[in-house]
Write a protein that binds this ligand. Structure first.
Ligand SMILES: Nc1ncnc2c1ncn2[C@@H]1O[C@H](COP(=O)(O)OP(=O)(O)OP(=O)(O)O)[C@@H](O)[C@H]1O
Ligand SMILES: [Mg+2]
Length: 597
């Protein structure tokens, strides 16, 4: 029986474990979402699949295990044609899938049953299944949780659980569709290192991601644009084409952006560098340090603004009075000033979302005070509708909370609640969609179910922006957005902040903190640990390390350069390069032999 099972695993040993040949697919007849896609994934490789929101990545990924079947063309998995019904089990046997929202994948009531689920479809002896499950739990570090209900795991643990299912079945191919996009830095690291281990042990990995630094893990990159493959190559080869990537709504890692900008003035710096040390070495060779340069000038720690929301000594207990009572928040002090951008960072479970939900009166303070836009939320008579009007909130996973059938109806829901005239409502919908880069004419009558993940998230955000709030509170606004849309959103948030709107955002991405925030509040173990002007973090990134964060590459690079005597200070690649070039003497303007471009 077990031998039969193993025979279903492989034996074909083809070179290209996935081969896609002239694949065309449409959800709705006449509007193909994948056009004539051909590609090959060599056995044992690690492939990153990139592309803008709606470019067809998830659609393609779902062809790899036969959830979707081609309208034209062929997909072969380990040589097996997915179109033949008789091959269905053989295909599923080979390909494990892990998606963005781990909750949608959990099928059983305990961790071990969940891992066993896939194997149970194959009629195997219970002893054998138990043995495989134990091995898989060991390898994913989940053994201590084997009898726990899966919903009590953290996000990173849930993703590891999904991977454990793959391990138990010994599937040779693992497809991850934005599997890390909902995770905090620690959860992401856990999952990535597990994926790396599997890859080293011979599993073929195909990872859909919007994180350019995750792409550096891969040995091969495939770029999709409007349903066609437009670029392929190693990460280094692909990241060399900065300009083209921009056309496809993609970007290059920040370190490569620094390298590219430096290369314009100092050609000996390799423009395609992806590694900090490579840039530092090139700078040491090509630039001689000079006297101190100026800061990039945005020291916003000294803003003289009034607070628009103050949270003071706040605590919150969940399920109070029940055996499951626990403190979601032990202590929080947060002040949000008029017109500032404030980032809240911290691991999952550190209390960020609990604080956020106090800012517009979803939770009322159990102890401590919250004064939001002049309203004391502890008072039973507090004017909650005023707070809801003026403090707009985008929740985590907001895309799951869209409840209307059509895009336009969902975005207009809030403005209609404000009892605005219909003409104004229509303008607000247009404004909201425009703010998130969705064309009104194209999208307003689209059914929500027919949107890609990133498109749904943008619709949710459009609904909040359509309220034109005085304070915007956003829980991970860019999760699931492609790099260009994320940048575009941040540019719009900059503009709103400059117009006087206060922007509060939770993020796991410190690069976003550097991009927009004036100040950052760090949370740990259900407490706020203090607030820092972002300028201070740039000067002294060790503050981040002390709080258990990894220093983002753009700050680590500056720190390394300062250690070498260079004056450098900036939030963005452009600012970093400008400040560096201000104080140095250029030693070599020569392009190295065999140079780039
Ligand atoms: N069930 C569906 N019915 C109709 N159209 C769909 C359906 N699912 C996706 N689409 C459309 O197909 C196109 C490709 O969607 P897909 O989900 O493959 O994109 P994606 O590259 O994964 O995007 P994202 O980065 O936002 O996840 C998009 O235009 C989307 O609106
Ligand atoms: Mg997708």
């Amino acid at each position: 029986m077990i031998e039969d099972y193993y025979q279903t695993r492989s034996g074909n040993q083809v070179d290209d474990i996935i081969a896609v040949d002239h694949l065309t697919f449409s959800y709705v007849e006449g509007t193909p979402v994948l056009h004539d896609v051909s590609l090959a994934v060599p056995q044992g490789s690690y492939v990153a699949l990139l592309g803008a929101n709606g470019s067809g990545k998830s659609t393609l990924a779902r062809h790899f295990n036969g959830i979707l079947l081609p309208n034209a063309g062929v997909v072969r998995v380990d040589g097996i044609d997915t179109r033949d019904d008789a091959n269905m089990m053989a295909v599923k046997r080979r390909v494990g899938m892990v998606f963005q929202h781990p909750d949608n994948q959990i099928v059983a009531t305990t961790v071990e049953d969940d891992v066993a689920f896939g194997l149970e479809n194959f009629n195997l002896p219970p002893d054998y299944i138990a043995e495989r499950v134990t091995i898989a739990l060991e390898q994913t570090g989940l053994l201590p949780f084997r009898t726990r209900p899966p919903h009590l795991l953290s996000g990173g643990q849930k993703q590891r659980l999904a991977i454990a299912g793959t391990l138990a079945m010994d599937q040779p191919i693992l497809v991850l569709d934005e599997a890390t996009s909902m995770l905090d830095a620690i959860g992401r690291r856990e999952v990535l290192s597990l994926v790396r281990q599997l890859h080293n042990a011979g599993t073929t990995i195909i990872a859909v991601t919007h994180h350019m630094d995750e792409v550096l893990e891969a040995d091969y990159v495939i770029v999709l644009h409007q349903g066609s493959v437009v670029m392929t190559g190693t990460p280094r080869e692909v990241f060399r084409h900065n300009q083209r990537l921009h056309e496809f709504n993609l970007d290059v890692p920040l370190i490569s952006q620094v390298a590219g900008l430096l290369h314009e003035t100092v050609p000996s710096v390799p423009s395609e560098a992806t590694d900090i040390e490579e840039v530092v070495m090139a700078v040491l060779d090509g630039l001689q340090p000079g006297p101190d340069a100026l800061d990039d000038g945005r020291d916003s720690g000294h803003r003289k603004a009034e607070p628009c929301i103050s949270v003071c000594d706040l605590a919150h207990e969940y399920l109070g009075g029940t055996p499951l009572a626990h403190m979601g928040l032990v202590h929080a002090d947060v002040t949000i000033l008029e017109g500032e951008a404030l980032a809240i960072v911290g691991a999952t479970g550190s209390g960020k979302s609990t604080v956020m939900q106090h800012l517009n009166g979803i939770y009322r303070p159990q102890s401590g005070t919250v004064i939001a836009v002049g309203v004391d939320l502890a008072q039973p008579t507090a004017d909650i509708p005023k707070v809801r009007r003026e403090v707009g909130m985008l929740f985590q996973n907001a895309e799951d909370q869209l409840f209307e059938q059509l895009v336009g109806d969902d975005v207009s829901y809030g403005p209609l609640q404000l009892k605005l005239p219909l003409k104004e409502v229509r303008q607000r919908v247009r404004y909201g969609l425009n703010m998130v880069g969705l064309d009104f004419e194209t999208f307003t009558d689209r059914p929500i179910y027919a949107l890609s993940g990133g498109e749904k998230r943008r619709v949710a955000l459009a609904g909040v922006l359509a309220l034109k709030p005085r304070v915007l509170v956003l829980d991970e606004p860019t999760a699931g957005l492609d790099p260009a849309s994320a940048q575009d959103l941040f540019q719009r948030l900059h503009r709103l902040r400059d117009e006087g709107v206060s922007v509060v955002f939770v993020t796991h991405n410190l690069e976003e903190v550097l991009d927009l925030a004036d100040r950052v509040v760090i949370m740990q173990n259900a407490e706020t640990q203090g607030s820092y002007p972002v300028e201070e973090l740039i000067r002294d990134p060790d503050i981040l390390t002390q709080h258990g964060f990894e220093v983002p590459p753009i700050l680590a690079l500056q720190q390394r350069l300062r250690q070498q005597g260079y004056a450098v200070h900036g939030r963005t690649p452009r600012a970093v390069v400008a400040s560096l070039l201000q104080s140095v003497t250029i030693l070599s303007a020569e392009e190295p032999s065999g140079g780039v471009r």
